[in-house]
Design a protein around this ligand. Structure first.
Ligand SMILES: [Zn+2]
Length: 259
């Protein structure tokens, strides 16, 4: 069975920097060569091009990002694209301004946060995080498909025990007989899980370095193995999935301790 998904661009095509991608066209108004979002010559806002958030900011697909610089770019672009600035222009220009501003805000919000930036890049790479939401659970129940939420192997034992403790603590509280020592155990488990959670950021940063090196190599025309790209992508996906899983456990513990 042929699937379009399996025949994507070569690894270099997926990795290589976006700045070259937006097609340079002439300004609709003055005919000069224009920037992606507004004309540097006459200042007029341009029709939006459907581009990803990295490309919107003219950034390569890298994960280490100078957020101070991103912020400066954001404010600079805001000044040109803001609907108020284009208020006395034609209805069409005002519409473009609205669309461009909205993309600008979405792009900025997504890229400035390290986790959402990573998630977004992974989505561009064709993979999504496991759904942890109630909606996903309901959907799984409805369709009879197993929900894609796997207990991280290194947590299997701890999760099993934790779930029993949580169940017991919930029961005790319901009966109005809180168990102080059980709460202390839960607090202890929480501390361990919190440390694990915090440590995952280091793990993620390590993968970021390797990923960025891969992008650099691809940009310089070097050979990038598809296996390397996929392995790094999946490694980051795995860290984020485990991180979400642990975050949910921490939330469950808090719920019980605070009830
Ligand atoms: Zn122009």
């Amino acid at each position: 069975m042929m699937s379009g998904q399996q025949h994507g661009p070569s690894p270099a095509g997926i990795l290589v920097a976006s700045p070259s991608k937006p097609v340079k066209t002439n300004c609709w108004s003055c005919g000069d060569m224009r920037a992606a979002h507004f004309c540097q010559h006459c200042g007029k806002v341009q029709p939006p091009a459907p581009v990803d958030y990295f490309t919107f900011f003219g950034l390569p697909y890298k994960l280490y990002l100078d957020t101070a610089n991103l912020e400066r770019e954001f404010y600079a672009l805001s000044r040109h694209l803001h609907p108020d600035i284009n208020a006395n222009r034609s209805a069409e220009e005002q519409e473009w301004s609205l669309q461009q501003s909205s993309s600008l805000n979405d792009a900025y919000r997504t890229l400035r946060d390290p986790i959402s930036r990573t998630e977004y890049l992974l989505r561009l790479q064709g993979v999504r995080l496991e759904e942890q939401s109630t909606a996903a659970t309901e959907e799984a129940r409805r369709t009879g498909k197993a929900k894609k939420q796997v207990v991280p192997p290194d947590l299997l034992e701890q999760v099993f025990e934790l779930n029993m403790q949580l169940e017991e603590a919930r029961m005790n509280k319901k009966m109005g007989e809180p168990d102080r020592s059980l709460d202390l155990e839960l607090q202890d488990t929480k501390k361990q899980l919190q440390a694990k959670y915090d440590g995952m950021i280091d793990e993620l940063h390590h993968a970021w370095s390797e990923w960025d090196a891969l992008v650099d190599r691809a940009e310089q025309g070097g050979n990038v193995l598809e296996d390397d790209r996929v392995a790094l992508r999946d490694q980051m996906l795995n860290v984020l999935n485990r991180r979400n899983y642990v975050r949910n456990l921490l939330r469950d513990i808090d719920d019980v301790l605070e009830s």
